[in-house]
Design a protein around this ligand. Structure first.
Ligand SMILES: C[S@@+](CC[C@H](N)C(=O)[O-])C[C@H]1O[C@@H](n2cnc3c(N)ncnc32)[C@H](O)[C@@H]1O
Length: 315
């Protein structure tokens, strides 16, 4: 971690402090793995979103040349430190301070776009700023869970669409302007009125696994998983969609789990249906997930499995 809560850096504190990570140096093995997946060739231009320390930027400058790399960092302090570090390493590259979700049109089009922060959907600006035939590589967190997120690699077509797949698991901090606030407040007030109560057909603890969590975000994009310890030491699980005022609450009943659902959307019905379809399909891994991006939609699917297909439309 190199920054907490959008301002605190290590040089300002003498001992460990709590806080929300807002910038970090990505593990080198992750950076190199992503750069390999990016498939760059001599002469390519690249746009990076999330400069952070500048480490991944430096590797790209080394490979492509400093003039072929543009990097955007939203946090002015982080950007200034990265710029100085890159200069010290001998790279006078294009470091831009701003919201990377807008890309950087002045130097577009790029052959490669790579994000080292997670986005809920691939911004259309990135597609517009990528050369047809070029690649966008980014972590997608359709519901912005901290896990259950995938590394998307798509090729841009000249009709303004992009297509590819999720190539593996990937976890990055959320792009700031899209970040979702963690759920706060009185859980018992949120779950006071249930419309139905039944036995869960699938254990909700399955959502603690990566691929089921990814699928749950596709089936119920606004939902968050919340765990709460009870007074007697047992855990209670919840799925909440705060915007849609809906919840599912789970309690262990000895032989399985009872679910109470309330609000306009039966969240667990949607997620459970998806998890059953996934189990029936022999539990494919995240890299079976295909993705097509248009200016107004993201469609995710697994080939040959109509029950595992979602079209998320803008608005
Ligand atoms: C995990 S760090 C990047 C690490 C970097 N690749 C490295 O090697 O050190 C993610 C960075 O993305 C930045 N970020 C978050 N949202 C952003 C946005 N909308 N535009 C540009 N940068 C953003 C954060 O400030 C943070 O510095």
């Amino acid at each position: 971690m190199t920054q907490l809560d959008g301002h605190l850096t290590a040089d300002q504190v003498a001992e460990p402090v709590p806080g929300v990570p807002t910038s970090s140096s990505t593990t080198p093995v992750t950076v190199v793995g992503m750069l390999e997946a990016l498939d760059v060739e001599d002469g390519h231009t690249a746009l990076e979103i999330g400069t952070g320390t500048g480490y991944s930027t430096a590797l790209m400058c080394h490979r492509l040349g400093e003039d072929n790399v543009t990097t955007i960092e939203v946090d002015p302090g982080v950007a200034a430190r990265a710029d100085a570090a890159l200069e010290a390493a001998g790279y006078s590259t294009w470091t831009v301070t701003g919201d990377g979700l807008l890309g950087h049109p002045r130097r577009a089009p790029y052959d490669r776009v790579i994000a080292t922060c997670a986005v809920r959907r691939i911004p259309h600006t990135w597609v517009r700023q990528t050369e047809p035939g070029g690649t966008i590589l980014t972590t997608l967190a359709p519901g912005f869970w901290a896990y259950g997120t995938g590394l998307a690699k798509v090729t841009v077509h000249d009709d303004g669409t992009a297509e590819g797949r999720i190539i593996g698991e990937s976890s990055f901090m959320q792009a700031r302007s899209q970040a979702v606030e963690p759920l706060a407040g009185d859980l018992s007030a949120r779950t006071a009125y249930a419309d139905s109560e039944r036995e869960a057909k699938v254990e909700p603890t399955l959502l603690e696994e990566w691929m089921p969590a990814f699928l749950a975000q596709l089936a119920a994009p606004g939902a968050q998983l919340v765990r709460a310890a009870q007074g007697d030491g047992t855990q209670r699980l919840y799925v909440f969609d705060a915007d849609r005022e809906s919840f599912a609450a789970f309690t262990e009943n000895g032989s399985g789990w009872t679910t109470r659902q309330g609000g306009p959307v039966a969240l667990w019905d949607d997620i459970e249906r998806t998890l059953i379809a996934w189990q029936d399909a022999d539990r494919p891994g995240i890299s079976a997930m295909r993705l097509r991006v248009t200016p107004s939609s993201h469609t995710y699917w697994i080939d040959g499995r109509p029950a595992l297909r979602w079209e998320h439309r803008l608005g």
